[in-house]
Design a protein around this ligand. Sequence first.
Ligand SMILES: CCCCC/C=C\C\C=C/C=C/C=C/[C@@H](SC[C@H](NC(=O)CC[C@H](N)C(=O)O)C(=O)NCC(=O)O)[C@@H](O)CCCC(=O)O
Length: 173
Amino acid sequence: MIATACLFAAPQRLSQAGRTVRPGSRALVVRALAVPDQYGYVMASVALTTALVQWQAIRVAIARKKVGLSYPKMIAEGDSEEARVFNCTQRSHQNTLEYFTGVVAMQALLGLQYPVVAAAAGTAWTLARVAYTLGYSTGDPSKRGPGAIASGLIHVLLILGTGVTGVRIATGL
Ligand SMILES: CCCCC/C=C\C\C=C/C=C/C=C/[C@@H](SC[C@H](NC(=O)CC[C@H](N)C(=O)O)C(=O)NCC(=O)O)[C@@H](O)CCCC(=O)O
């Protein structure tokens, strides 16, 4: 368990254990947040999920150079192979970003209670998104299907798992 020491500059009066702390002095308030030992797995899975979107961004930059599309244009005009590949590569990154924040937040929150489950779900989602990216980036959107379905399913399971766990913690059920 890691006790998190929060150092507060006490701009206003801060009572600590009944004593009033003078304005401007520093008060150490220790609040214990029970973080399970295996939370390190969650940290690693969140890092992996973040590395995914970085990898996708690099792929978009490479495809952008190939098609010769200047900033700030987001979509290549025309129906050439390069334009199609760029637009699909761009969408594989943009679509992933549409779900990235929720997936990272749910890994971090669910991980407080079930670190291994949360890390496994986050890693599985990331791998599904790799498949999504590689399929989409062929220039044929239908090839994103398997990765999309897998990530979509995991996404729903993360939503249900985080929501139910939250209610159970709040209600003591
Ligand atoms: C709570 C109850 C829910 C019930 C659902 C039950 C089971 C779910 C099972 C399978 C779900 C499959 C969904 C597949 C696509 S859904 C296909 C996806 N579409 C979207 O994300 C829609 C919004 C997007 N901006 C768009 O314009 O298409 C897409 O690939 N779009 C192409 C693009 O943006 O370029 C996924 O991308 C959803 C995203 C979820 C995720 O990956 O985190």
